[in-house]
Design a binder for this molecule. Sequence first.
Ligand code: PLP
Length: 385
Amino acid sequence: MSLAELQQLERASVIASYARAPVEFVRGEGTRLWDAQGEEYLDFLCGISVTNLGHCHPRVVAAVREQAGRLMHVSNLFYTEPAMRLAAALSRASLGGKVFFCNSGAEASEAAIKLARKARSAGEVVVVHGAFHGRTYGALSATPQEAKQAPFAPLVPGFRAVAPEPHALRAAVDARTAAVLLEPIQGESGVHVLSEELLLAAREACDEHGAALIFDEVQCGMGRTGTLWAYEQTGVRPDAITLAKALGGGLPIGALVTGERLADVLAPGDHGSTFAGGPVVAAGALQALALTDDPALLARVREHGQRLASGLQELAHVRAVRGRGLMLACELDVQAPALARRALLEQRLVLNATGPSTLRLLPPLTVTAAEIDEALARLARVLAE
Ligand code: PLP
């Protein structure tokens, strides 16, 4: 089927909630993607921080194939080994409590909100401006962005949005607060690293008032910033984290992971999801987690992140570079969406714009120095035009 035919099918049959680029990808391996014409691309977006181990990592593929041929689904009415092993591995690698599985980042936000409210008998959830926690109603209500929320009113009550400043956050937390929900590095709003002071203020305010501090690590977790979890690079340990995106090595899975204090808040019947933690995605996630929780890989993420950030700083039209590890954005003095489109179509470099002047780069954690240099050369050519 040609691209024109796919576009015709889309116009006729697909609800127009996405603005797709005119490219059909048919194969991926490592940092490379190939379109239907056989043209090769460098992927510096990773399906928005999903294919962190590169496309089709052989160990993830083998585990998924093996499990798919043996047992795909039985529901959470029964045990399967991959889910139990994955929960144990996630808990061991992070906060030491317990895990609730779901299928996406938005669902992980929903689980976190429900758990925090049950722990506090109702209560408000405090979030900060610029946050993105997903598009389902609870998650959207925790996402204080006018353009995303306004068409879908009325939202879920009980959310309070404050400026990402320590005094504003402290003032918003009181005895009615169930949780403070934060991305330690805001991804969708353009890779903004929240300050250490803000995170410390959130920790102190939650401790003072008995509220839960929950970090959304859906985008910045799973090695993206050069440590397995972004919170490890802060002086703050949250009470729970939400995960999704790269957790499944390319397949859809989400998780809420708690510390010990919140581990036993939810009881049978409180929450659930038919597909959550299914054996195929859990088998893939077990491999993805084991491959990512590797000190050598994480050290390379930090080293390559610096190489990419320094290279970006040298490019024409780049005004500022920010982020951690391989979660980077640059501010341009030209239109970022048009530039990302030209990078894709003219230089076969995949990245995206998160705003009118912001370009986001999320290459695989396995990216090589040569691939970084090649991507920088391609970006330089688009910026030079
Ligand atoms: N939280 C963060 C920080 C995200 O970046 C995203 C998605 O971009 C989500 C939640 C929602 O994840 P999903 O699209 O899997 O529902």
